[in-house]
Design a protein around this ligand. Structure first.
Ligand code: SF4
Length: 453
């Protein structure tokens, strides 16, 4: 079907073709997996739960555990309260998690199940928790679902106990476990004590030990989630995935909230490190200065490969915003920038960046890949950056694709390699530059085909 997309653009209001997003529960399920010994629970039909688990399993290449209320026709008509009550009892008896994190689906939201009331009617074992987030999929995206579940963590757990624990809370956004590890490494180098929530490292990148563990070692511990209310500050990385939880924490426990861009690229990483230094008074160690210097050296060395090249970027808003800033700092031209997640802040932020850089580009939130392909058909770009769904677009328009974002279903190992921080920026440059050089090698005439480029 990608070969039949017409060039002529007609305004569409009620039709999405090839969405650039997926549904809310996927994000909520991913966030819940970032709590230690937590079992995500999907309150809806088995089909929804299977789809969400499968999508996450394919991206992370690790089994994703989640239970379901397993709606049938009866629950669809009369509500899912009795299914959920049985589920909570069975889950604690059979799997013994410390937390059950319930998210709703389109069906349970449409029925109008009152989850807090149902939870209050259940017997919850001593020392165990049941939390919930409403995640109707006919609004928002998986990023909204992630944000809603992280906000619920604050609502259910965070407590102000009247002392300062000396920590900085970090809400990392919808990023891979490798990115969470990299952020913790940077904070460690900065001498900053932190509580990261959610934290999927150690859960979704756990080592092969030969022994199956339903609940691996990773994830934010419950006492730490409670203690987030006593930290000196919260840094939310990414407005769309993380800001709402930090604001809730400020409202509930008076912990000052700061929202930054995802620290992807030189400028955004600088801002993250400078804020850590400002909040704690700690100086920046030589290791980070050295990494930054290496990154700048690479930017200069490779500049002639990517400078002036045009690029289309699509995916999750926080990653796309940071990527746009980064490619601009590389001298590339982000001609088309699109996310499937709704939100005016996306368009205004990107437009401001393009205006400052004097770049004439197109921007769209709540857009789809059909629109992106039409833009490209009208004026081509040199490179596409986005998730695996971009491969159809890449093939149809014969443009190289750099895979960054979620989901990446057709390339292994990427969840183990970070894209944030100075080290991550080096990797992003490597991916961009090599994609352009591979393309040049493919297209060069014999006389231009060179060993050294
Ligand atoms: S019915 Fe709703 S929650 Fe279920 S998979 Fe579809 S969009 Fe997601």
């Amino acid at each position: 079907m990608w070969d039949y997309t017409p060039k002529e653009m007609i305004e569409r209001k009620s039709l999405v073709i090839n969405p650039a997003k997926t549904c809310q529960p996927i994000g909520a399920m991913y966030a819940a997996l970032g709590i230690h010994k937590c079992l995500p629970h999907s309150h809806g039909s088995q089909g929804c739960c299977s789809y969400h688990r499968m999508h996450l399993t394919r991206h992370f290449r690790d089994p994703i555990m989640a239970s379901t209320s397993s709606f049938t026709e009866g629950a669809s008509v009369f509500g899912g309260a009795s299914n959920l009550k049985s589920a909570i009892k069975n889950i604690f008896t059979v799997y013994d998690p410390d937390v059950i994190a319930i998210h709703t689906t389109c069906l349970s939201e449409t029925i109008g199940d009152d989850i807090p009331t149902i939870i209050s009617q259940c017997e919850i074992p001593e020392g165990k928790y049941v939390i919930h987030a409403n995640t109707p999929s006919y609004v928002g995206s998986h990023i909204t679902g992630f944000s809603n579940m992280v906000t619920s963590m604050v609502k259910y757990f965070s407590k102000k106990l009247g002392y300062d624990n000396g920590n900085v809370n970090i809400i990392p956004g919808f990023v891979n476990p490798s990115d969470m590890r990299e952020l913790k490494r940077i904070m460690d180098l900065m001498g900053v004590k932190c509580i990261m929530f959610p934290d999927t490292s150690g859960n979704l990148d756990s080592p092969l030990t030969g022994k199956y563990e339903m609940f691996p070692k990773g994830g934010t511990q419950i006492p730490d989630l409670i203690d987030t209310g006593n930290s000196m500050a919260t840094i939310a990385l990414g407005k769309f995935a993380s800001e709402a939880a930090s604001i809730e924490l400020e409202r509930k426990c008076k912990v000052p909230a700061y929202t930054l861009k995802m620290p992807l690229g030189l400028k955004a990483t600088d801002e993250f490190i400078m804020l850590l230094s400002k909040l704690t008074g700690n100086t920046i160690p030589y290791e980070l200065e050295e990494e930054r210097g290496q990154l700048v050296d690479i930017m200069v060395d490779c500049n002639h490969h990517y400078h002036g090249k045009t690029v289309a970027i699509f995916g999750d808003p926080d990653i796309v915003i940071a990527l746009t800033e980064f490619v601009l700092s590389l001298g590339m031209i982000p001609k088309y920038v699109l996310t499937g997640t709704p939100g005016e802040a996306f368009e205004s932020q990107i437009k401001e960046m393009l205006f400052e850089a004097e770049v004439d580009g197109k921007v769209k939130s709540y857009g789809d890949l059909f629109t992106l392909q039409q833009w490209i058909k009208n004026e081509k770009v040199d490179l596409i950056i986005g998730n695996s769904y971009g491969k159809y677009l890449s093939r149809a328009e014969d443009i190289p694709l750099v895979r960054i974002g979620f989901p990446i279903l057709d390339r292994p190992v990427q969840t183990y390699l970070p894209i944030v921080g100075y080290k991550g920026a080096m990797r992003v440059i490597e991916m961009i530059t090599n994609a352009l050089l591979d393309r040049k090698d493919r297209d060069d005439l014999d006389q231009d085909f060179e060993l050294v480029l």
